[in-house]
Structures are given as structure tokens and as C-alpha cells.
Design a protein around this ligand. Structure first.
Ligand code: HEC
Length: 157
């Protein structure tokens, strides 16, 4: 009888031990599976910590040494109008490497409007052209300067 009772208690203990052990294993494997699915535990993060910091256009419009850093354009009157209208489709380099007078700028803008889907610039067109001819004027030296001090000689017939 005593023996029997002891045996019963022992099996109950073992049974309990197994139950606890399986619960631990079960929980451990659940955690393991979760870590495999969501290794960064993102489900536990609040929305606040999840939201990344957006760099706004304004923050990205830094001027350093008189140069608009993002586009390389000279900081002068009309800069942001040019940035907002002329650097969307192509680099600002394409704009500044072309040095033209006001008429040719107007013609280039017309061409882009007719063939490249450039929008109507309204009053901004004058601001843009003014900015371009002021800050990126036609380079006088792009052509060889006229020769001076030449001793011409007469052609003999
Ligand atoms: C809707 C798109 C778009 C916008 C906005 C735009 N352009 Fe262009 N532009 C183009 C395309 C497309 C080309 C041709 C690019 C190429 O040949 O690789 C071009 C070419 C040019 C060229 C070179 C022209 C040539 O003869 O080679 C200049 C200069 C230029 N754009 C200046 C400007 C200026 C100034 C503005 C602002 C008023 C502007 N672009 C805005 C689309 C645009």
C-alpha cells in the first residue's frame, strides 16, 4: 500500500515534470518561429518609432558657398523657380552647360513644351530666363578671339 502510494506520487511528479518541460519547449519554439518571421520585432514597436524621418525638400535646399547643394545651381534671384521647374526631368547640368541669350532660352523652353511635355511656366518663364542669362551668360571667350598685330601682305597678281 505504501509502495503503491509512493509510486503514484512519483508518476504524478514525472507527469508534472513532462508537462512543464513540454510547455517550455512549446513556448521556446513559438518564440523561435516568431523570431524567424519577424527578426526585428517590428510588431512590438509603436508607430512612432516605426515612422522614418522624411527629408523634406526644404531641408534638402541647403545653400553652401553660394551654391544650391542639391542641384549645383548658383544661389541668386529666381533660383528656386529654376530648381522647381527645370531640374525635374534632367540634371541642372544640362541647363547650365547651355549658355544662351534670352531669345534662345525662350525657344528652348518652347521646344521642350512642344515636344517634351514641359508645362506652361506662366510668369515663371521670365524669372527663369532672367536667372539663366544673368548667372549663366553666354561665354564671350567660347570663340577664339580675333587676331591682332598681324602684318598683312598684298597678294601679287
Ligand atoms: C517635362 C520635362 C522637362 C522639364 C521640366 C524641363 N526640361 Fe529641359 N529637356 C527635357 C528633355 C526631355 C530634354 C532633352 C534631353 C536630352 O536630349 O537628353 C531637355 C533638354 C533641355 C536642354 C538641352 C537642349 C538642347 O538643345 O540640347 C536644355 C538647355 C534644357 N532642357 C533646359 C531646361 C530648362 C531651362 C528648364 C526649365 C524651364 C527645363 N529644361 C525643364 C525635358 C524637360
Amino acid at each position: 500500500m505504501d509502495n503503491h502510494q509512493e509510486f503514484k506520487e512519483l508518476t504524478q511528479k514525472i507527469h508534472k515534470g513532462f508537462v512543464v518541460a513540454f510547455m517550455f519547449i512549446g513556448m521556446a519554439s513559438l518564440i523561435l518561429v516568431y523570431v524567424m518571421i519577424d527578426p526585428t520585432f517590428s510588431a512590438f514597436q509603436t508607430n512612432e518609432s516605426k515612422a522614418y524621418v522624411a527629408v523634406t525638400e526644404e531641408e534638402d535646399d541647403r545653400i553652401e558657398n553660394g551654391i544650391h547643394v542639391r542641384t549645383g545651381l548658383v544661389d541668386a534671384e529666381g533660383l528656386m523657380t529654376v530648381v522647381n521647374n527645370c531640374t525635374n526631368c534632367h540634371s541642372a547640368k544640362l541647363v547650365t552647360q547651355n549658355r544662351m541669350n534670352a531669345e534662345r532660352w525662350a525657344a528652348t523652353i518652347d521646344w521642350m513644351q512642344e515636344t517634351q511635355n514641359l508645362w506652361d511656366l506662366g510668369d515663371n518663364e521670365a524669372i527663369i530666363i532672367n536667372y539663366l542669362v544673368t548667372n549663366y551668360p553666354v561665354l564671350k571667350k567660347s570663340r577664339r578671339q580675333a587676331l591682332t598685330n598681324i602684318e598683312w601682305y598684298e597678294l601679287e597678281e
